[in-house]
Design a protein around this ligand. Structure first.
Ligand code: DGJ
Length: 764
């Protein structure tokens, strides 16, 4: 709900549990008053909050002391700060005029409130119907340069989320250059907040880190043309005493897949300013008269229930308002992927024999990864040559998909559409289609160049290539990969004064092709991937309901990556497979049951040569698939609780997922190393109904000693022992003990079920 009071000059934006206040000073300057727990009352009743602008303290606003205007600009908590006029913190906007001079000064020009939420042209953005959200548009104007800025706030009625984005419109008669357009800022007093960042690397993505900014700056950024393995387009602020389930937490998450800057600064006066948006480095967007530029959306949330509260809001928000599923609904195939099973070394027979084993175990989809096209037998060539390699697949894709159909499986295919190999027919025909600076040769990475998506002809060509392949066979799934950072970001298509647009235009081209795929193949399941998890961002989520999280599938590494990833993203989107042991990236020997349990909180699939497994292990796979299917719905739609963190404990990781109706859930526990002479682990469950009774039952795999209940098909329902029955209040407050399993790298899966009321009374 959005309320405006002309009398106080305050906008009050309410979600179910939060309030966001914006206020006008002297009728001109737009300031940020408050974001936090919901406040009762109307905008008119918020007048006392205007005091938070500190406009009664020197340096006074220009209306009262024109001689100290610059000083005022540096201390005022701007709702949308600009550069060059006296605010020496990071600003959101900088503009260069025809004289080469920079700066922007914005004053209030008007506002409107509309039901629903508009889409952002060419960009991914959350969506909502007229009954689900309202939009506040505040227009600011730079009188000197003749442009306006529209600040768009989407205020959601079902969740504690406010989205922000920005449209800059050139209303003057001369071209301007936007050299910095960040999407959102949050200015407030520093009250002991720590900053969440997610540094990482290839095979070590999104490792949660909390930093104290002191009097200084914490930066999360990417200059690589994508968010990268090394950072997440997110700014999180966590109050001093916050933990998983209590304390104040702010989250700002950018719906964008390119260069970004997230900067949190605490200044000498104790003011905290967080900003987030497209990185200003190498950004220079020419705005001709009448043109407009839209900056990507930021999803803002506040939680007074700690990190877990923020996570659950974001998960629900992405599931309800950002992810567009294929039109055939939520299809969750359990797949077998050829990459770590065969790398480039496959042919029809090998693929089909892998598929036969996988289909016997219960898999739904064979994904033919890198190597099916051109003359590709290694990563040395053929990117861009999107036709079937006749040596490997002489009967073609239609034939292969028909054979898979006979096995009850579908076909999935890998593409890397943004790239071209120097050794390819495409590059030989169009050497000018790569990103490069005129005066030097571009740098190769993984033996490849990046295509110039600022050139519409290149984007059209790639669409046509993909259509040709996807029209040729029954292809149910596409894995879109991207295996190098952008360098030498120059375009032979754009004029000199638009070269600063190349990075952003690349992202727009990427979005265009993925939108095209969605329109033309409405039931295609798209999974994004970038050399593991280098482009795991909300922008990609708008086009693909799942994203490959990391090439590293080792359970211990994955537990650390999952903590960061699942802090922001629902489990249903997190690409996760069972790998071989020892793995190709981390050489740990890990039991198959551990690898499977650790892949279950995610999309789930297999990425190893199932044929090479000993019979004893192969026999476990149908059971694993059966269990995974049983927990699918809860895992995809339920609430996530972090019970223990490997990052903090060093030896134990534990998460719980509970259905929204609190009737059923799962507990995933991982012990890293066994230690002698240690007592059992004491944990407290979460998300249960304190008035109900629950059973907690460990899943036993075939071969584990237990007496079976005849006739029960579901693995975890057919065993008799290892059941704990207790009231929800006991499990929530007093907690329960987990016995330490024997051995290293042991994962266990527990099923939590509410006992029906009759049984419940008996148990109590
Ligand atoms: C990187 C991906 O993350 C892998 O899963 C695989 O698809 C390779 N690229 C193929 O080149």
């Amino acid at each position: 709900m959005i309320d405006w009071s002309e009398e106080t000059g305050i906008w009050k934006l309410d979600t179910p549990g939060t309030t966001y206040l914006i206020g006008l000073c002297e009728g001109r300057w737009l300031g940020h008053l408050y974001y936090g727990e919901r406040l009762q009352g109307t905008a008119a009743q918020m007048a006392p909050a205007l005091g938070l602008l500190r406009t009664g303290e020197p340096p006074l606003p220009p209306g009262e002391d024109i001689g100290e205007e610059a000083g005022f600009r540096n201390v005022f908590p701007w709702e949308f700060p600009t550069c060059g006029g006296g605010d020496f913190h990071e600003g959101c906007l900088d503009v260069r005029d025809e004289f080469g001079q920079s700066g922007a000064v914005l004053t209030f020009a008007g506002a409107s409130i509309t039901p629903g939420k508009p889409s952002l042209e060419g960009l991914p953005a959350s969506f909502a119907g007229e009954s689900e959200a309202d939009t506040l548009t505040i227009t600011l104007r730079d009188e000197a340069l003749g442009f306006s800025v529209e600040l768009l706030y989407g205020v959601f009625r079902d969740l504690d989320v406010i989205t922000r984005s920005v449209r800059v419109v050139n209303r003057g008669e001369r071209a301007l250059h936007l050299t910095q357009v960040l999407s959102a800022a949050l200015s407030m007093d520093q009250e002991g907040y720590r900053v969440i960042t997610m540094p990482g690397s290839w095979a070590r993505e999104r490792r949660l880190q909390l930093s104290d900014p002191g009097c200084g700056t914490v930066i999360s950024e990417s200059l690589r043309g994508e968010p990268s393995h090394a950072a997440q387009p997110f700014v999180g602020l966590v109050s001093e005493k916050a933990d998983q389930e209590s304390g104040r937490v702010y989250g700002l998450h950018l719906v964008y897949s390119g260069n970004f800057l997230g900067r949190t600064q605490v200044d000498e006066n104790g003011m905290l300013r967080a900003v987030l948006g497209i990185h200003p480095w190498h950004f220079d967007w020419k705005l001709a008269p009448g043109e407009s530029f839209v900056a990507p959306e930021v999803v803002c949330t506040f939680s007074a229930q700690g990190l877990g509260g923020m996570s659950r809001t974001l998960h629900d928000f992405y599931r309800r308002h950002l992810i567009r599923r294929p039109q055939n609904g939520a299809w969750h195939p359990i797949l077998i992927n050829s990459w770590e099973a065969a790398y480039f070394d496959f042919d029809e027979e090998k693929l089909l024999s892998l598929a036969r084993t996988a289909s016997a175990a219960g898999c739904d989809l064979l994904v033919v990864d890198d190597g099916w096209f051109g003359e590709r037998d290694s990563d040395a060539g053929s990117l861009g040559d999107w036709w079937v390699n006749p040596g490997k697949l002489p009967h073609g894709l239609a034939w292969l998909s028909a054979r898979l159909r006979e096995l009850g499986m579908r076909l999935g295919l890998w593409f890397e559409p943004e790239m071209v190999s120097p050794d390819s027919d495409l590059f030989r025909a169009h050497p000018d289609w790569v990103q490069r600076c005129r005066s030097r040769e571009p740098a190769q990475c993984r033996n490849q160049y990046v295509l110039d998506f600022s050139n519409p002809a290149v984007v059209e060509y790639i669409c046509a290539c993909m259509d040709h392949i996807l029209d040729s066979a029954d292809i149910a799934y596409v894995k879109w990969d991207m295996n190098r950072s952008l360098t030498d970001a120059g375009s032979s298509y754009l004029p000199a004064d638009r070269q600063g647009e190349v990075f952003h235009r690349h992202v727009l081209g990427l979005y265009r092709i993925q939108e095209h795929l969605r329109e033309r193949y409405p039931s295609l399941l798209l999974e994004n991937c970038s050399s593991g998890g280098a482009r795991f961002d909300p922008g990609m989520l708008y086009y693909s309901p799942q994203i490959w999280a990391s090439d590293n599938m080792d359970p211990v590494s994955r537990a650390l990556t999952l903590e960061g990833t699942a802090l922001l993203y629902p489990l249903s989107v997190i690409g996760s497979h069972v790998c071989k042991s020892p793995g190709d990236i981390v050489g740990r020997r890990v039991p198959l049951s551990t690898r499977a349990i650790c892949a279950m909180p995610g999309t789930f699939g297999y990425e190893l040569d199932l044929r090479a497994l000993p019979e004893r292990e192969r026999a476990q796979i149908p059971e694993q698939i059966c269990v995974r299917r049983l927990l699918q719905e809860v895992s995809d739609e339920g609430d996530l609780y972090r019970i223990a963190s490997l990052r903090e404990s060093g030896d134990f990781d534990c998460i719980e997922v509970m259905a929204k109706d609190r009737s059923e859930g799962y507990l995933f526990a991982l012990q890293v190393l066994e230690e002698p002479s240690m007592r059992s682990r004491h944990i407290r469950l979460a998300g249960l109904d304190p008035h109900r009774t629950y059973t907690v039952q460990r899943v036993l795999w075939p071969g584990e000693d237990d007496e079976e209940i005849p006739g029960q098909r579901e693995p975890y329902l057919r065993q008799k022992r290892e059941v704990l029955t207790a009231g929800g209040d006991v499990l929530l407050r007093a907690g329960m003990l987990l016995q330490r399993p024997k051995g290293d790298f042991v994962a266990e899966l527990f099923v939590i079920r509410a006992v029906e009321s009759g049984e419940s009374r008996q148990a109590r």
